[in-house]
Design a protein around this ligand. Structure first.
Ligand SMILES: [Zn+2]
Length: 367
């Protein structure tokens, strides 16, 4: 398989192009960021603190590696007053539940856990809809309900504790351009976002099963309104005008994988769920299922993407990335089988749909 000469992205990565030296457009366009550092971050977070604030910062805490590190960093290193919010959508590995409680306990951070059935209500139906007409761009739909629940829960908790700053653990070394491209989106131009909804709309017309279940349709609509649509900002401003949310990894502190993983293992006794070798996105069974699906259809998944970002950032070598990708892009088949059983989805029909999607993707690639 042909790959970029600098990173490990394969030639069938959507919208990839190579220069005469075999280097991809993503590597050529990569720019380093100057981070503002701890003092500026403390100043920034404190700028939202008022006399009534019970905490300086609310952390969206999934129990994955990034939010666990963030919890440690802001409470222990920066010594700010922190509260953690964990959204339990019911499809979380048991190990992650333990990590969540243990991390907060070790750090002495108050922990709010909210259980919700939003995701569970529609996920089996969404997998069935996907099987009916498999499209790699719509794999992201399997998360419907989680985004809505997490957003709402975070803002409500912030208001309850009069805490005006929400930190979450996303960062720019996660990649993800391929997922947008599969939906024909491009966030760099303003119409890119619109294309995603056009692709979504077209797919719904071709496969109305996506919205044939009342809970699914309602949750999709609400999630569109509160998470994706331009109305989101206006609605948030109306309800939570004083609350600001961002990821400090994007602006103030660098995200260094080795440091993140070593720190949480040492300081929080964090353990990886036993479903694969990657410590990334292992905190949610849907996330693992999605990684499995991308790998089966495209031949690669978010792991190649993330590892390529680490090469560009100078954190690992290309040789290391190639070795790691082979191990880390695999998700345990028995986990998938068991999980589909839990969701009452027939695995052989699911596997047949993956195969159809793969053939279709390769056919389009060849065109
Ligand atoms: Zn590259």
């Amino acid at each position: 398989m042909k790959r970029c000469a600098q990173c490990i992205l394969p030639a069938n990565y959507p919208r990839i192009s190579f220069d005469k030296d075999g280097v991809c457009n993503f590597c050529r366009e990569y720019r380093k960021v100057n981070f503002q550092g701890d003092e500026k971050l403390i100043e920034f977070i404190r700028s939202f603190t008022t006399r009534d604030s019970q905490y300086d910062c609310l952390i969206g805490y999934s129990g994955g590696r990034d939010s666990s590190y963030l919890l440690y960093y802001i409470s222990k290193v920066l010594k700010l007053r922190v509260i953690a919010y964990h959204f339990d959508h019911g499809l979380i590995p048991e190990q992650t539940r333990q990590n969540v409680r243990r991390g907060a306990e070790i750090l002495g951070v108050p922990l709010i856990i909210e259980e919700s059935d939003l995701l569970k209500k529609c996920v089996s139906h969404h997998i069935e809809a996907w099987i009916t007409r498999p499209h790699p761009g719509l794999i992201g739909m399997l998360c419907t309900g989680c985004r809505l629940g997490t957003d709402r829960g975070l803002f409500k908790t912030a208001r309850k504790f009069k805490t005006n700053y929400i930190a979450y653990g996303g960062h720019r070394l996660e990649g993800g351009a391929f997922k947008l491209a599969l939906m024909k989106g491009n966030l760099e131009n303003r119409l890119g976002n619109l294309n995603i909804f056009l692709t979504y709309g077209k797919e719904i017309l071709k496969n109305p099963k996506w919205i044939s279940h009342p809970s699914s349709a309602l949750i999709q609509f609400q999630e569109f309104l509160f998470h994706f649509s331009p109305l989101r900002r206006i609605l948030e401003k109306m309800q939570y005008s004083s609350v600001k949310s961002s990821s400090p990894f994007g602006t103030h502190i660098p995200w260094e994988e080795r440091k993140v993983v070593e720190t949480i293992q040492k300081e929080l006794d964090w353990k990886n769920p036993d479903y694969g070798e990657s410590t990334w996105r292992s905190d949610c069974k849907i996330s693992l299922l999605k990684s499995y699906m991308y790998k089966e259809i495209l031949g690669f998944n978010d792991k190649e993407d993330g590892l390529s970002c680490l090469i560009r950032d100078g954190q690992i070598t290309r040789e290391e990335a190639l070795i790691r990708a082979e191990r880390e892009n695999l998700v345990s088949f028995s986990m998938i089988e068991e999980f589909l059983g839990e969701l009452k989805v027939d695995n052989s029909r699911f596997q047949a749909a993956l195969k159809r999607a793969k053939e279709e993707y390769n056919r389009k690639e060849a065109d």
